[in-house]
Design a protein around this ligand. Structure first.
Ligand SMILES: [Zn+2]
Length: 163
């Protein structure tokens, strides 16, 4: 099932999400539905609060075939600093630069309930930090350094060596 995306401003995007205590069939379904919703909107990440579910659940897929389903994610180490451009499914047509750690370790549970740890770098690390912020009611526009007008986005990407 595809969910409608909750758009900013909305108080549901500003809550601290509740940790998941048990992985139920319903939660597994939510993971599938979140993924379907993310792909339908050409996103690289989505968090449960963006579909009105107040749970610490997020998905990140920066590269195809490399999907992270993050349940109760926690950043355990963060190193370096990098500036790059972000957008958000909940804030359409808005883009801008945000400072993030360049290298993070995230501890989380997967859909089997296994405790996992991943070291992420670059844009994957950025996307994970963006989604984990959603679980704390924080939006990228709260941390915006410079807004990039939508029509200048392509130029910015070229100048900053994006693919
Ligand atoms: Zn977002």
């Amino acid at each position: 099932m595809r969910y409608p995306i909750i758009l900013h401003p909305d108080e549901r995007l500003r809550r601290k999400a509740k940790p998941v205590s048990v992985i139920t069939d319903e939660l597994v379904q939510l993971l599938d539905d979140l993924y379907e919703t993310m792909i339908a909107h050409d996103g690289i990440g989505i968090a449960a609060p963006q579909v009105g579910k107040n749970l610490q659940v997020a998905i990140v897929e920066v590269d195809e075939e490399d999907r992270f389903e993050l349940i109760n994610p926690e950043i355990v180490t963060a190193k370096g600093e990098t500036l790059d451009v972000e957008g958000c499914l909940s804030i359409p047509h808005t883009f801008g630069t945000v400072k993030r750690a360049d290298e993070i370790t995230v501890r989380y549970y997967d859909r089997e309930g296994e405790e996992m740890e991943v070291e992420a770098f670059g844009y994957l690390a950025r996307a994970m930090q963006h989604e984990i912020d959603h679980l704390n009611g924080v939006l990228f526009t709260d941390k915006l350094i410079e807004r990039i007008p939508e029509e200048d986005l392509e130029k910015y990407m070229e100048e900053h060596d994006h693919d």
